[in-house]
Write a protein that binds this ligand. Structure first.
Ligand code: C5P
Length: 248
């Protein structure tokens, strides 16, 4: 399951933080990046930004030295997922996501396409699988036919790792189970990170939020922080607060 890639990627990270550039324009994304210090180890790009300013994002991907997480959560037939991984411009994308529910062949196709990129010198992104989205509450899980959320995470996580995923995306509350179940090898990314004083309202739609320090203690490799920083009136200050709550 584990490739030496995961351990060498861990060593490259200058800190355990990833900022989610969920912003409506590339200009705002650039401004945000200039305002947060120390720089995040990883910058996450998703459809919200890409479908506004995709041309500029694509041009940036070709030249940036930053480590990029492309979070499109692919869930499609293997041929389409494979072609999408192959189409990523440049070599700056080091992490990408697929849905574990896409199944064994789809995850394997993503992994094969990632391997082919690596072999041809275009960078080998780590393939991460999303198990159960962190915004889903009990009612919505029930609507989807999921009775035991934790068991679903365990089942889909095992399937993804056995199918070639290098790691998983999961809620902070599942981290301890994940490390018990799959050990230290998989690379684990955790969204839903909030400061201790965040009110339920400030948790947005993250029903399983956790502080940075606790998420790291529980075994997260990389913490994704979006709205608490990108929607803050003072993103630089908010970013520093997250850094401070990650240690000590
Ligand atoms: O804004 P917030 O800090 O909640 O950021 C969460 C980020 O992580 C968003 O970009 C979202 O797409 C992503 N994410 C998530 N839940 C998952 C996987 C990814 O919230 N299960």
């Amino acid at each position: 399951m584990l490739t030496g890639l995961v351990s060498s990627f861990r060593k490259e990270l200058s800190n355990p933080f990833c900022v989610a550039l969920d912003l409506p324009s590339w200009a705002e994304a650039v401004t945000l990046l200039s305002r947060i210090d120390p720089p995040p180890a990883v910058v996450k790009i998703g459809p919200m930004l890409y479908f506004r300013d995709g041309g500029q994002v694509g041009a940036w991907l070709l030249k940036t030295d930053l480590c990029v997480f492309l979070d499109f959560k692919w869930h499609d037939i293997p041929n389409t997922v494979s072609g999408s991984v192959d189409a990523i411009p440049g070599s700056s994308v080091r992490l990408l996501t697929v849905h574990a529910q896409g199944g064994k062949k789809m995850i394997g196709a993503a992994r094969d396409a990632a391997d082919t990129r690596g072999e041809s010198g275009r960078g080998r992104p780590l393939v991460l699988a999303v198990t159960v989205l962190t915004h889903l509450d009990g009612v919505e899980l029930g609507d989807l036919g999921i009775r035991d959320r934790r068991e679903e995470v365990r089942r889909l996580g095992t399937l993804a790792l056995e199918s070639g995923a290098d790691g998983l995306v999961m809620a902070p509350g599942d981290l301890e189970m994940a490390r018990r179940e799959w050990g230290q090898e998989p690379f684990i990314v955790t969204p839903g990170i909030r400061l201790p004083e965040a009110t339920p309202l400030q948790n947005d739609d993250q029903v399983l939020a956790e502080t940075p320090r606790k998420a790291i203690e529980k075994g997260a490799d990389l913490l994704v922080i979006g709205r608490p920083v990108v929607k803050s009136p003072d993103p630089g200050k908010a970013w520093k607060q997250f850094m401070e709550y990650s240690s000590g």
